[in-house]
Design a protein around this ligand. Structure first.
Ligand SMILES: Cc1ncc(COP(=O)(O)O)c(C=O)c1O
Length: 310
């Protein structure tokens, strides 16, 4: 697939493959979107969702899904709040604490949802860090840990900071590779916080299809095996990028940060591959590249060949 045109750097988020396809006149279904970092080895969620479509005729009831998730996380269900993606989890916690702190660069939604920034407030921090993909050191502390990518990096659901009084937010969107379904969670140190956050949550915030399908979507989850496969795919991605003269930073996540990549996003987009521009992180000459599956690695290799030739 070849196209020509200009691809704007991204303002705040990845996952803009469809927008780029429209801007370049490419077939959206043929675009390889490596700008949002999903689990590249998750089973296809669509057959499971197809078995639960009937749920769309009823108002959602998230209780079974919450219990299934709590069982996976091995915590008391009263400490878990199911949310409309990790982004709602972040918005709810930020609204509750109002003032917090973010060491930049980090994921933009902490800053966006906090009323004010003050270093005396709880620090919001992604682990592994977005956009570098580096895991926090064992003695690093934060008030709010965003573990959106932690299960995929480590094979464990959580580092366990909730037992030290931190709040943890997570993204099933990433783990189950279903960004359109919008599922995430808050794992709280105590049930009172879950109650307060639940009162802030709009009614029926978690959609009925997601709530009905979640127990079945969680059944095949094998985090240790998935994390091993992702680590192997990441090694192949790093080799591939280095063969093309790029310098990815060492990372533990299902994405890597590449410095010295000015213009790479636009050049790759001409071949139908979309990577994350990092200007909004304050890193204008960097791109973030999600770890693709085996087919995606071939696709990326071919696209880089084309950009090398251009
Ligand atoms: C660090 C981090 N946390 C949370 C999210 C939100 O994920 P979602 O709302 O799709 O579950 C993202 C999405 O990119 C992210 O990068």
């Amino acid at each position: 697939m070849r196209a020509s045109g200009v691809v704007a750097p991204l303002e705040e988020h990845g996952g803009d493959g469809q927008r780029v396809a429209a801007a370049l006149g490419l077939d959206p279904s043929g675009v390889l979107d490596l700008s949002a970092s999903m689990n590249p080895v998750a089973p296809d969620p669509v057959p499971v969702l197809a078995r639960h479509l009937d749920a769309t005729r009823r108002y959602p009831d998230p209780r079974r899904a919450t219990a299934a998730l709590a069982e996976m996380l091995q915590v008391d269900g009263r400490r878990v709040l199911l949310t409309n993606g990790g982004s709602e989890a972040i918005a709810l916690v930020a609204a509750e604490v109002r003032t917090g702190w973010v060491d930049e660069p980090d994921f933009s939604l902490y800053r966006r949802h906090l009323e004010s920034l003050d270093p005396s407030g709880p620090r919001f921090r992604s682990n592994p860090h977005n956009p570098t993909g580096v895991l926090a050191a064992p003695d690093d502390r934060a008030g709010v840990w965003d573990e959106a990518f932690y299960p995929l990096a480590t094979g464990r659901w959580t580092r366990g900071d909730v037992d030290r009084g931190s709040v943890v937010v997570g993204s099933l969107t990433k783990v189950l590779a279903c960004p359109g379904l919008r599922l995430g969670y808050v794992l709280a140190p105590d049930p009172d916080l879950v109650d307060r956050l639940a009162r802030r949550q709009p009614s029926w915030s978690v959609n009925g299809l997601g709530a009905a399908a979640l127990p079945a979507l969680l059944t095949p989850v094998d985090l240790p095996a998935w994390a091993r496969s992702i680590a192997e795919l990441r090694r192949q991605l790093v080799d591939l990028l280095e063969r093309h003269g790029l310098r990815p930073r060492p990372a533990a996540a299902n994405f890597v940060l590449v410095a010295g990549a000015t213009g790479l996003r636009s050049r790759l987009a001409q071949s139908g591959v979309v990577v994350r521009d990092c200007t909004s992180f304050g890193l204008p000459d960097h791109v973030r590249v999600a770890v693709p599956d085996a087919d995606g690695l071939h696709r990326l290799d071919a696209a880089l060949e084309e950009t090398d030739d251009r």
